[in-house]
Ligand binder design. Structure first.
Ligand code: F6P
Length: 470
C-alpha cells in the first residue's frame, strides 16, 4: 500500500539544451515542500515534467523518471496553453488570489481543463493499485478527486490546496463553479493552509451545492467529506544545518565582505502579481524619501524567480519591475552603493541559505498567499536567533508567525514603518521574537504536515467504513 501523490508539476522539470534533456528541481512551495519528503516514504508521484515532450522522446523520459519513482503526464503545447496557462493561471489563480479583474473566463480554457484532469485520471489508473492512498495537490487538479471517485468508489482520496480559497462572493463569479466544487468533493479529506480557507470553502459548498455541513464535515449523498486546516511546514533541519556547511560559510563571507556596516533586507519570490513585489519597491522608495538618513546604509537584495512568463500579466509585471528598479536605482544610487540588488533568476540553495543567514531583515509582503514558505525558510536559517521578519497579514504564515512584524501589504506607509521598526529593533527583542518563531517552525515542519495529513486521511476513511457497517 503506497501513497500516490498527484500534482500538476512533478518535483523535477526538464530543461532542454542542444537536444539534451536534464532534470532540475521545480520551483514553488509545493515542489520544495514535498519534493524531499516523498522520497523517504513509500510514495510515487504523478505529474507533468514541465515542457512539451515530443512523442518519440516520451519513452526515454518515462524511463529516466521511473528511476526516481516519478510518473509523467505528457501535455501538448495546446494543453499547456489552455489548461495550465489558461484555466489554471488566468482563471483560478487570479480569482483565488482576489484579483478577479485579471480573470479570463474562456470556454476553451475550461474545456481543456476538464480534458487534462481526465488525462491525469487515466494516467493514475495505469499505476494505481488496490488500497493505494491517493493524495491530489492543488488548484490545477480540482476536478480529479471527482473523476477518480467515479472510477474507484471506495478509494481513499485526499486533496490539499496550496493557494487560498476565496470567499463565496468571489468564488461564485466563476461560470463553472458547481462543477469545480463537485470535482473537489470527490475527496474524503480536503485540506487548506488556514482555518479561514476552510470556512470559505464550507460556506461556498453549502451555498452552491445540495450539501449541508455540521462543523467541518460536509454531508453529500451519504458520503461525508472532512475539511480541515493543515498549515504546511518546511524541512527545518535542512535549512538550519545548511548555514553551518563549508559551502554556505564561504558564500556568507563572500557576501558580507565590504558590507559589514550595511543593513541587508532580503526578498525572495516567484514572479507573481500576488507577491506584492512592486508594492514592496514602492515602500522602499517611500522610505528613502521620508528617511534620507538610510541612504547608503541599507540595501535590498531582491530575488525574483522566473515563473509563468508566457502568461501576459506575468511578463507585464516583469517589465514593470525592471522599470521601477531601474528608475529607483538611477535616482538614489552612488558610485559605490545601490539601493536594490535585483536578480531575475533562480539560485542554488547554498546561495539562498547564505542570504537567509546574513540578511538583517526578510521582507515578505504578498498581497495574498496560501502559506508562504520563504518566511519559514528565513526563520529556520537564523541559528543566532537574530534578524527580523516583516510579514504580510495576507499570507497564511501570518497565522502562525505572530512574532513577525505584521503589515497590511496595501498600506505602503505601514510597510515603510515596519522596515524602520525592524532597523531599530534591539537585539534582545529580535532574539525573543525569533526564538518563539523558530520553535514553531521547527515543531510544525513538513514531515509533521505530511504525517498529520495522511494520519487524518486514514482516520476519516476508517470512520466512513465504520459508518457503512453500522
Ligand atoms: O504553491 C503554489 C503553486 O502554484 C504550485 O501548485 C506550483 O507548483 C507552484 O506554485 C509553482 O507554480 P508553477 O507550477 O505554475 O510554476
Amino acid at each position: 500500500m503506497k501513497t500516490v501523490i498527484i500534482s500538476n508539476r512533478l518535483p523535477v522539470k526538464i530543461i532542454e539544451e542542444n537536444d539534451e534533456y536534464t532534470f532540475i528541481p521545480s520551483e514553488g512551495g509545493l515542489a520544495t515542500g514535498l519534493g524531499d519528503v516523498y522520497k523517504s516514504g513509500n510514495s510515487i508521484w504523478i505529474g507533468w515534467p514541465g515542457i512539451e515532450v515530443p512523442e518519440e522522446r516520451q519513452e526515454e523520459v518515462t524511463q529516466k523518471l521511473a528511476e526516481l519513482n516519478l510518473y509523467p503526464v505528457f501535455l501538448t503545447q495546446n494543453e499547456i496553453n489552455l489548461y495550465y496557462e489558461g484555466f489554471s493561471n488566468e482563471v483560478l489563480w487570479p480569482v483565488f488570489h482576489y484579483v478577479v479583474t485579471y480573470a479570463h473566463f474562456e470556454q476553451s480554457y475550461w474545456d481543456c481543463y476538464k480534458s487534462v484532469n481526465e488525462k491525469f485520471a487515466k494516467r493514475a489508473m495505469q499505476v494505481l493499485q488496490r488500497k493505494d492512498k491517493i493524495w491530489i495537490q492543488d488548484y490545477q487538479l480540482l476536478l480529479l478527486p471527482g473523476i477518480l471517485r467515479e472510477k474507484l468508489p471506495n478509494a481513499t482520496i485526499g486533496f490539499f490546496q496550496h493557494i487560498p480559497f476565496p470567499s463565496y462572493e468571489i468564488f461564485r463569479l466563476i461560470p463553472w463553479r458547481e462543477e469545480i466544487l463537485n470535482g473537489l468533493i470527490g475527496a474524503d479529506l480536503i485540506g487548506f493552509h488556514t482555518y479561514d480557507d476552510v470556512r470559505h470553502f464550507i460556506s461556498t459548498a453549502t451555498r452552491l451545492l445540495p450539501v449541508n455541513s455540521s462543523s467541518n464535515v460536509l454531508n453529500s449523498n451519504e458520503r461525508q467529506i472532512v475539511v480541515e486546516a493543515f498549515p504546511m511546514g518546511i524541512d527545518y533541519d535542512k535549512f538550519s544545518d545548511l548555514t553551518a556547511t563549508e559551502k554556505v560559510k564561504k558564500e556568507i563571507d563572500y557576501f558580507r565582505t565590504g558590507k559589514e556596516e550595511m543593513k541587508v533586507i532580503l526578498s525572495i519570490d516567484r514572479l507573481d502579481y500576488s507577491k506584492g513585489i512592486l508594492e514592496r519597491l514602492k515602500a522602499l522608495e517611500l522610505l528613502l524619501q521620508a528617511h534620507p538618513e538610510y541612504i547608503g546604509k541599507i540595501e535590498l537584495f531582491m530575488i525574483v524567480v522566473p515563473s509563468r512568463d508566457t502568461v501576459p500579466q506575468y511578463s507585464e509585471l516583469r517589465d514593470q519591475i525592471d522599470q521601477f528598479v531601474g528608475n529607483l536605482n538611477a535616482r538614489y544610487r552612488s558610485i559605490n552603493w545601490i539601493p536594490v540588488n535585483y536578480f531575475y533568476r533562480s539560485f542554488p540553495i547554498e546561495v539562498l541559505s547564505a542570504l537567509y543567514a546574513t540578511a538583517d531583515i526578510c521582507l515578505v509582503t504578498p498581497m495574498r498567499d496560501g502559506m508562504n514558505l520563504v518566511s519559514k525558510e528565513y526563520i529556520a536559517s537564523r541559528n543566532n536567533n537574530d534578524g527580523v521578519l516583516i510579514l504580510s497579514e495576507m499570507a497564511g504564515a501570518s497565522k502562525e508567525l505572530t512574532d513577525a512584524v505584521i503589515v497590511n501589504p496595501n498600506n505602503l506607509g505601514d510597510i515603510m514603518e515596519a522596515i524602520v521598526t525592524a532597523l531599530k529593533m534591539p537585539l534582545d527583542e529580535q532574539q525573543q521574537r525569533m526564538k518563539a518563531m523558530r520553535a514553531i517552525v521547527e515543531k510544525f515542519n513538513v514531515k509533521h504536515w505530511v504525517n498529520n495529513f495522511i494520519l487524518r486521511l486514514n482516520e476519516v476513511k476508517d470512520s466512513q467504513k465504520s459508518l457503512l457497517t453500522k
